[in-house]
Design a protein around this ligand. Structure first.
Ligand SMILES: C[S@@+](CC[C@H](N)C(=O)[O-])C[C@H]1O[C@@H](n2cnc3c(N)ncnc32)[C@H](O)[C@@H]1O
Length: 310
């Protein structure tokens, strides 16, 4: 097979053992929804650990879907895996479609996973425009159906809105110099590549921490905005909980404090509304060994909610 974008890069699933450890007390059969399929690391392990489960896998990125269709052919053919190009914020629609499709209105959902953020292949591939280390178009869309790119934001947003974006989503304390320089520079020439923006940020802000590129938080803020990450997460959580059958669990892995706050507050509301309870009072984090071997695991936080039996 000719190596292409989807096979060249790999992704190591985060907190996999922590998730597998919490599958044992769950219902024996039904559908598990992997809302962020990526390269299928979690899906593969779940299919292998739970022989009577089936997985509905969603991803908004066509590269992920193409990968699934090629690398998970056997599971798809056997009916254990169904893969859809979809936003997880539309999960209710897809579950209803699954029930209609399998002609089984009682096809029940016993669990769902959201492993948020970008996958390693998305970051590593220059043409996706997510990384300041790889030259590429300033794009950052996970879903090609979205219309606004990173370049649109950087080239058109007013200076004040850029400041707010970097401050709120990037948690940059003083983004003013960078925003001002962006606005000055784009009057002469529009930004079109990741390098142009990364170089300007490095020049305007300087290196403060060894090993931490000054563009890190600025790029993250733009990516979160381009992909409506916080809105889609907030929309998805109540829909997921409504779809879960009694005893079903939702697992959410976050990588950013704002995401984690959304999950924490949503879970609290579900508990207050007697919809279920928290499996772990404190967030689950990766072990020292996992953090050492997989840098993505360093900021990962896992929260688990169980739907009550009522
Ligand atoms: C961190 S990766 C998941 C990796 C996966 N768990 C694995 O082990 O390979 C996140 C994936 O979620 C997808 N994604 C992000 N936001 C999404 C959304 N709103 N709807 C559907 N997929 C989304 C991304 O395209 C990416 O492939």
């Amino acid at each position: 097979m000719t190596p292409n974008a989807a096979t060249k890069f790999t992704h190591t699933p985060v907190l996999l053992n922590a998730i597998l450890d919490h599958l044992s007390e769950m219902p024996d059969e039904g559908w598990f929804v992997d809302g962020t399929f990526g390269r299928g690391g979690h899906t593969r392990a779940i299919l292998s650990a739970k022989k009577d489960w089936r997985v509905l896998a969603l991803d908004c990125d066509l590269d992920a879907i193409e990968f699934a269709q090629r690398e998970f052919q056997n599971d798809i053919m056997s009916g254990r895996l169904k893969v859809l190009h979809a936003e997880f914020s539309d999960v209710d629609t897809w579950i209803k479609a699954l029930q209609a499709d399998t002609n089984n209105k009682t096809a029940h959902v016993i669990g769902m996973l959201l492993d948020l953020g970008v996958s390693s292949p998305q970051l590593d591939e220059g043409r996706r425009g997510f990384s300041f280390y790889h030259e590429g178009p300033l794009d950052m869309r996970m879903n090609a159906r979205d219309t606004v790119t990173a370049a649109d934001i950087v080239n058109t947003w007013p200076e004040k809105d850029l400041n707010d974006l970097f401050h709120h989503l990037g948690e940059v304390r003083s983004p003013f110099r960078v925003s001002r320089k962006i606005v000055e520079r784009r009057r002469e020439k529009r930004f079109s590549t990741t390098r142009e923006l990364a170089d300007l940020i490095a020049e305007a802000s300087g290196w403060h921490k060894k090993g931490h590129h000054p563009a890190t938080n600025f790029f993250m803020a733009i990516r979160i905005q381009v992909n409506h990450e916080l809105e889609r997460l907030s929309q998805a959580l109540p829909k997921i909980v409504e779809q879960l059958s009694p005893g079903g669990r939702v697992f959410v892995i976050t990588f950013h404090s704002l995401e984690d706050r959304i999950v924490k507050n949503a879970f609290r509301q579900f508990v207050a509304g007697n919809k279920g309870f928290l499996i772990n009072k404190k967030v689950i984090q990766a072990s020292w060994d996992e953090k050492k071997s997989n840098p993505r695991a360093r900021s990962a936080k896992l929260r688990i909610f169980e739907r009550s039996q009522k």
